[in-house]
Design a protein around this ligand. Structure first.
Ligand SMILES: Nc1ncnc2c1ncn2[C@@H]1O[C@H](COP(=O)(O)OP(=O)(O)O)[C@@H](O)[C@H]1O
Ligand SMILES: CC(=O)N[C@@H](CCC(=O)OP(=O)(O)O)C(=O)O
Length: 268
């Protein structure tokens, strides 16, 4: 992974926001208003998912799709559909909606100007699925410093130019790390990590391991918390999981579950 200095030429810290496919088409007016407020304090980069859109289209086309440890097995046909949905439909829809709210969004995908370079994880079992190794943070810096909001679809190229699909939770964590972001925010269809229906306001790596063992954290929340733990570092001291059906920022605070490593030491 190519690391970079803290990006902002704006004097503000950077915040990477991942918008999950579960909520992308149901983001509330309060979400957009609070995002605009948040962007007065931070320079933001958005990374989006779109898993449900890809799955629905594959089903309509009778193309089989399976997941291995939260990653979609990606054949050439599956990649073609992922590209259509992520780079075409979802990125276009989201960028358009953000611009309707005056947020100066620019749609990008990892293929653009070497934005995301990945290596194949395991061609045999997963097919065309990548793990991000390099991020062209110079491109992000140019956009941010000119007041644009980069909106990134999680597709990447390998060093030899092969197109790959990337899990959006992992892409957001890799971009946050490379960009020297101070915060990483996962926006999903629940207000945060829940236990017996109640929001857990903050938690640590250790507690998360236990919550997974106890079955409290399951399904799509597992890759999210695991990505969060890989992103934590002395600079990126907190990752938030929050819900896009409501405001994400109020009275100077990001709402949801705060994941921090005890004492601010990087999680391994
Ligand atoms: N402890 C938990 N608290 C909240 N949500 C959880 C928990 N465990 C599992 N989940 C599930 O995780 C889902 C969010 O993950 P996912 O559907 O992959 O979202 P996204 O598309 O936003 O990445 C929630 O809708 C919920 O069903
Ligand atoms: C390799 C891999 O799994 N890629 C994901 C990319 C989209 C994604 O992660 O979207 P969500 O955030 O909505 O789940 C996929 O094909 O579904």
């Amino acid at each position: 992974m190519t690391m970079s200095k803290s990006m902002p030429a704006t004097g503000r810290e950077t915040l990477v926001i991942k918008l999950g496919g579960s909520i992308l088409y149901r983001l509330s007016p309060q979400f957009f208003m609070s995002l605009a407020d948040l962007m007065k304090e931070y320079s933001a980069v958005i990374v989006h998912g779109g898993g449900p859109e890809i799955t629905n289209t594959l089903n309509r086309l009778n193309i089989e799709t399976t997941f291995i440890n939260g990653q979609r097995k990606t054949t050439e046909k599956v990649l073609e559909v992922a590209e259509m949905m992520l780079k075409g439909k979802v990125n276009g829809h989201l960028t358009g909606t953000l611009n309707e709210h005056g947020l100066n969004a620019v749609g990008l995908c990892g293929y653009d100007a070497g934005l995301l370079t990945a290596s194949l994880i395991d061609r045999e079992s997963l097919g065309l699925v990548g793990d991000i190794e390099e991020v062209n943070t110079a491109l992000l810096t140019v956009l941010i410093s000119e007041g644009y909001l980069p909106v990134i679809a999680p597709l990447a190229l390998t060093k030899d130019g092969t197109k790959v699909n990337v899990n959006a939770d992992l892409a957001a964590a890799a971009i946050a790390k490379a960009a020297g972001a101070e915060k990483l925010l996962y926006v999903t269809d629940v207000p945060g990590i829940l236990h017996e229906g109640k929001l857990i306001p903050d938690t640590t790596a250790e507690e998360i391991k236990q919550l997974i063992t106890d079955g409290v954290i399951s399904g799509g929340m597992i890759p999210k918390v695991n990505s969060a733990l890989t992103a934590l570092s002395p600079h990126l001291k907190e990752v938030m999981i929050t819900g896009g059906q409501q405001a994400i920022f109020k009275d100077g605070c990001i709402l949801g579950t705060k994941i921090k490593d005890k004492g601010g030491v990087a999680a391994s």
